[in-house]
Design a protein around this ligand. Sequence first.
Ligand SMILES: Nc1ncnc2c1ncn2[C@@H]1O[C@H](COP(=O)(O)OP(=O)(O)OP(=O)(O)O)[C@@H](O)[C@H]1O
Length: 658
Amino acid sequence: MAAKVKVSARLRPFVNNETSDDAVIVNPEEGTISISNPRPGATDRFKFSFTSCYDQSATQEEIFMRDVQPLIEHAFNGLVCTVFAYGVTSSGKTHTIQGNVSEPGIIPRVVKAILERKHLMDQGSVSIAVSYMEIYKDDVYDLLVARENAPKLPIREDMNGKIFVANLSEKSIGSFQEFDRIYSHACKSRSTGSTNLNRASSRSHALLTLTVTKLDVSANKVLIGKVNLVDLAGSENNKLTGNDPSRMAESSAINKSLTVLGQVVHALNTGASRIPYRDSKLTRILQDALGGSSIGLLICNLAPGVKFRQDTLNTLNFATRTKQIENRPVVNERDTRPAAKPHFAAAAPARAPLGPRQSAAHARISMGGAGTGSHIPKLNGFGYNPASARPSLGGQFAPSAPPKPDPLENLEEKITKAVQQEVERRLAERETQERQRIDELERLERERTAELERQAEEQRAALMKKHDELNKLLKKTLRKAEKENQRVSEGDSLEAKVLSPKTAKRIAMSYVSLGRAYLTTKQPDYSEALSYWQKAEGYVPDNKALKKRIAELQIAIREGIPFRMLKSARTSHSVDSPSVASPSGSRDHKESQRLRLRHRKASAKAKGELVQTPSPSKKKRDAAKQQKEDVFLDSDEEMEAACDEESSKERATSEMLA
Ligand SMILES: Nc1ncnc2c1ncn2[C@@H]1O[C@H](COP(=O)(O)OP(=O)(O)OP(=O)(O)O)[C@@H](O)[C@H]1O
């Protein structure tokens, strides 16, 4: 018979000066919880409905009576019931499961209820035992043994696919005082610590199991029921808890196991082919309560207020998914009659490891076959230990016919052991293969990366080579262009240098004429004239008259005064006094020379020097030289005509040079 996991939700009151608000509202009558939409500006509320919803005024008694008490009956009928408290840190899980002296929680109430029921029944036919463990940083510890001696306990799977914690101790209890003594002592061993949100925050998941073994003499069977009470550690937001590094390690183990729990619930809801029970110890141990053969009750503890709103929403979403999970509760019973001795060959091959679902069905079938003499009792639950699976009679009930030793029991243990060894061997083998496969993949990845790096290096080298070549070419081209540029700028002077003096003078004459043309128009252009005369100067750099004339023209331009053209260059002005030139030509020139000479004599006399009057022959030579120079300027028109003839020859030379 399928039974869905029951879900109830409990909102704790505001504690420790928390600011109260109505972010979370519970309606117990309706069985709903509404929570305001955390999106900024949103005014709507999300609504969730569960089997039972408890508001801040709900008492421990109320919760126990309504949701937990009915489970006790199931435990006495050989079923396994699992109650787990889920919620964010400080939401009240420990308060609900464990409680305190003034407000005892589910654990003490269940123990009392079971003991009361036992007392009502035939005293000798029921025995109660307790085991208590914690999962701390994904390791399982026995809380009933002193912590310093407590080893990490392994989780095993029996041949029927049932999960059990190997070597977990179990203590039988006959009274509440006895239980209280054991439990109070064990609680001291539980890992708790202080965080910003909870002074005594659980740093581990704690699982307390009460095993009820009931002997039904008339039916020749023993029923073994269990109540598992699980106080999960709370999911933690490390920003809020202010955890230090050691707390962070605990927190990450807590959060990881809760994440796997969520994944298990999701996988069960979506009918996934693989349920990730094995991904954490918590889910492995809770396997039977989630999609297995036990009855499940999830209590969602909610912290009130806006501060926890997102966590509350997450919890409620998880709860909504969990309530879809279906379990198939199975009665755990065991035939007390001595079994007929089967032939070994018939017994040995009968058992093959089964999956959890198959095993549940299988358990049902084999348990229903009491009297066939061939079945082996099945045990479910966390505290199951093959070695201690048989009901601990311990004088608590006295069966009328004590069962004879079952020859198959040893065989079962041997087979269980052999199967476990084989499973472990295969798992190790698979792990090795997987590791080899991963190694191989990593090696291939490394090779591929190296190859890609090599190719990239090659490409880079080729690009660098190309870059160097282009660089060289560019430099060469630049050098060539530079030379070309230099050659062009040096063109004129170069041309002037290679020409014969006569030809150079003729070219200069042409430029002088051109310059003059700009000076003799109605609107003279001094600048143009100057540029032509400067070009002419390049061809006759030693011509003083031209130099002088250029200087005069420059002064006229600079001073903005008129420059008068002379027929003759024999001006009476020095370069420094470029005023209007005398139109009287050579007479002025002679006069100027005469004046200069007189001036020199006068200054020499003042200095006491002797100034020689040039001899007539020297005078004649100077005059001829001067005339030669002046011809260049005075009769350029005639010179131009003479130049025309040779100009074609010179042009060819110039073009060649260009
Ligand atoms: N229903 C309640 N009534 C009064 N006080 C409550 C109730 N629920 C919780 N508290 C108080 O709130 C505080 C936090 O509760 P509790 O320790 O049970 O949280 P938790 O969920 O177990 O936290 P953690 O996951 O950190 O262990 C405690 O001081 C507890 O006494």
